[in-house]
Design a protein around this ligand. Structure first.
Ligand code: PGA
Length: 241
């Protein structure tokens, strides 16, 4: 895995944008695998700024997001569909028809997972953006998720519910389940860009880079990816040699 350590979040977002721009310049109709959470917001801001200034166009781009909460409608401001519109899609020239995310209010969640897996097979991702959880999760693949899983329904761990409570008025409002791409779908991307910010990610980053490849730390699977770049700020990279 290639490792880039940056002095702060601004520089991390800049480096991530350079890699993203590199993919899009080579392939204007690229398929982007996108993530939610606080970490990629700086990257999305750079994409917006560049597009508004006449840079890269997203007219031919397609996207597939990693995950979505179960039970939140797309207009709920805590849904990941809403997050993506608010933080990226509504501010660039992308066709919303070309953006994809699991439907967290599907009446049959199992069928919805099958639909998404079939869709992903038709949308090979040129680059996949990822964050990492303090427990080493990627997307909502919590410790113990088999590496060969595809999109599935997950029960969120207490740890993840607590971490995500900061986005909600009340911890009890955090959904208890989500739909998430599995490690197998994630590993299919041609290129992976994983971003880590802050001291609370330092242990997970260390385990991902140096620990055994083990479902106990889902991000460790990325050691097996032929083109994966970690960009971490100094705090998240505290234990990186
Ligand atoms: P964060 O979440 O970007 O909000 O830190 C990352 C994750 O839990 O995957």
């Amino acid at each position: 895995m290639k490792v880039i350590i940056t002095k702060d979040y601004e520089e991390l977002s800049e480096k991530a944008f350079e890699i993203m721009a590199g993919v899009l310049k080579k392939k204007p109709d690229a398929v982007l695998g996108l993530a939610t959470g606080s970490t990629p917001v700086g990257l999305y801001k750079k994409m917006i700024e560049d597009c508004k200034n006449g840079g890269i166009s997203y007219k031919a781009v397609k996207t597939a997001n990693l995950d979505e909460y179960v039970g939140l409608t797309p207009d709920n401001d805590q849904s990941y569909r809403y997050f993506m519109r608010h933080n990226l899609f509504d501010h660039i020239d992308i066709d919303l028809e070309n953006t994809n995310i699991e439907n967290g209010v599907a009446s049959d969640l199992q069928k919805e997972c099958e639909r998404y897996n079939a869709l992903l097979r038709t949308l090979p991702r040129d680059v996949q953006v990822l964050g990492i959880g303090a427990n080493g999760h990627i997307a909502f693949n919590e410790p113990g998720t088999p590496f060969d899983s595809e999109t599935h329904v997950v029960d969120l761990t207490e740890n993840t519910i607590k971490m995500n409570a900061r986005f909600f008025e009340n911890e009890k409002d955090v959904p208890r389940r989500a739909l998430t791409m599995g490690p197998k779908n994630i590993m299919e991307a041609k290129k992976i860009l994983i971003l880590a910010v802050g001291a609370n990610k330092a242990d997970a980053v260390k385990g991902m880079l140096n620990g055994p490849v083990d479902p106990a730390l889902p991000a460790s699977i990325l050691q097996r990816h032929p083109d994966c770049t970690l960009i971490a700020d100094e705090a998240a990279a505290a234990y990186v040699k």
